[in-house]
Design a protein around this ligand. Sequence first.
Ligand code: ZN
Length: 433
Amino acid sequence: MLDTLFQNADILTMDDARPSIKGGFVGVKNGKIVDVGQDRPLEDAKRTIDCAKKVLMPGLINTHAHTAMCVMRGYADDYTLQEWLFDKVFPVEARLDERAVVAGARLGFAEMLRTGTTSVSDMYYHQTAVAELALAAGIRASLCNAALALGGFDPENDRSMLETRGLIADFHGAGNGRIKADVSLHAEYTSPPEVWRYVAELGKKHGLNMHVHLSETKKEHDDCVARCGKTPARRFAENGVFDLKTIAAHCVWVSGDDMELLAKYGVSCAHNPVSNLKLASGVAPVREMLARGVNVSLGTDGCCSNNTHDLFEEIKLAALLAKGTSLDPTAMPAYEALKLATVNGARAQGRENEVGRIAEGMEADIILVDLDSPMTRPFYSPESAVVFSATGERVCLTMVQGKVLYENGEFATIDIERAYDEVERYAVKLVLG
Ligand SMILES: [Zn+2]
């Protein structure tokens, strides 16, 4: 007996062998996809969901977020990067306690599930509490607390190391592999090489992935070259950081040589187009990276520089920027843009055999995009409708590991009123100081 049968669905499999199936079936059992095709499976199902006028596709994968920062959504919009970071973000973050961070993460996870994101790579703090929340909310999450060591580093007492060890001990692999611990370095300019080597060793010992910020701003990249005669990517590579499977967020200012390095070490670039434009950091050379064999995925970054977790925006903008900066409208077709948020995201997280495609044996992380709206009718191809017409609010059902977590306005695992209350009555007070 199947647990769930989706029928009559326009399926975007993101499987190059058969990218789309019209009016097809997807069977789900024990959290996995067990049947995909044109024909109705022989087994009966406990629940059958009709998908007329809906696209069925893999859940989206957000490979760079600071989820709890959504408590600062719209708090600091139009500042220079320096003012934004030092006068706005850092002072607020010094005031946020565990309750406020968990409140932000709860609202952020709700927003992600609401807009079709099923898996997130999250870099923030109070991560063991956030891991517990993610486990209960049902979302797939790779969590890290980035090492930041401007004034010395004591590995036994450093907060990011304590939290990382807590994640490893209590949460790595929890929820049938849904929750993972990553190791993380905030950036090249916020810690010295001995910290990088320590963190990389810790990650290696436990078989973890690495998550860093890389060459986000021109100043950060150029300062590093002026200081050391080498780029941030080169320095990380020389100190063993890229020996781990790595997500490098931004990569806006990477050089041609850097791109070769990223490709050689299998480093994934998490492209955050909205954040990079909003903070006026620039536009990452996505086409060049893809052409050189770098895996490029998508992220939203924090909600104080975005201001949503709606990956549909990032997908569309990634396509538009690739076209607009190359003066070539064929530079990134819809299907290629969708790959950034699905198969490439799964590869970035080291989850390419778990999620990112609708195929037999994969975990059942599935979304339905309802195209029955003035925004999305008529539609000629599902990928065009999803990439260029839809927003995340067209998502009507989100499933992770075979469990429906959001459907038609209802959250199965998150008390949305409590999420609003905790943010607006508690966290916002700390934001405003
Ligand atoms: Zn970031």
